[in-house]
Design a protein around this ligand. Sequence first.
Ligand code: DAK
Length: 258
Amino acid sequence: MSQHVRLDIADGIGVVTIDRPEALNALNDQVLAGIEEAFIALGRDASVRVVILTGTGKAFVAGADIKAMADLSPVEACSFAQRGQRIFNLIEDYPHPVIAAVNGFALGGGCELAMTCDIRIASDKAKAGQPEVNLGVIPGFGGTQRLARIMGRSQAKYLLFTGEVISAARALELGLFNEVVAPEELMPRCMEIARTIAAKAPVAVSLCKHAVNAGTDGTLGDGLELEAELFGRTFTTADQKEGMHAFIDKRPAQFLGK
Ligand code: DAK
């Protein structure tokens, strides 16, 4: 694992911590490699049901590393973007929910990283934005696309054009953050949500994620067709039988993840 990224797994919950506080957790090659290694390792661990992604210090991630990017050639910039997008897709396509615990600045590539996660819980000290226009570039890790899908085109364009850095409270209003809590409550609240999700039927949770991700960008008809197919797939699992019979028997369900 990269020196800048830690992975801890306990009780079905993986915690990925970006730990490069001296550069506000800016995404350089080592940090990107560490995130990639962490999600590959998580993908191989069948015990994991939920992942929390966070940063150390006063930033979640303050963006792609401007110092590392400044003198890239166009070919190197393209390869950097492709690498970043591949890693961000790995998180978005990870089969279990990923919660961003946004502990501080989530700017540029950091805001884009948080947006690849399924749920964003933030400290009231967090700030978010896409300030790339201040640097003469546009977001390269999916920001124009995911921001508009989360908050609508008009609000996304405002943030993209102005580069404004917004408070956690404003990000909550815009739907970028799901919830804002006091800093000391951030990890306990994320763990509480993670434990709640981890207690549900894992295949059903995973298929919910897939249905939303794969089904909401096309027509409603196509999305409903996908939902019906995935609904049918849950009836191939032991957990569907267990969940329904536990309800009928008036007892808690014991899910096996199959
Ligand atoms: N990159 C590199 N270093 C950074 C950094 C960053 N994004 N953000 C902060 N740092 C470093 C600072 O340079 C400083 O280092 P030293 O001077 O101590 O060596 C250290 O972290 C502490 O930062 P500050 O001293 O600035 O701390 P403050 O509390 O005063 O200010 C700040 C915090 C977050 C307001 C400020 O650091 C800031 O404005 N940072 C830059 C935020 C930003 O502009 N982020 C967007 C980066 S651009 C693409 C792929 C990806 C992208 C674009 C294209 N393709 C390949 C097409 C993505 C672009 C971005 O993310």
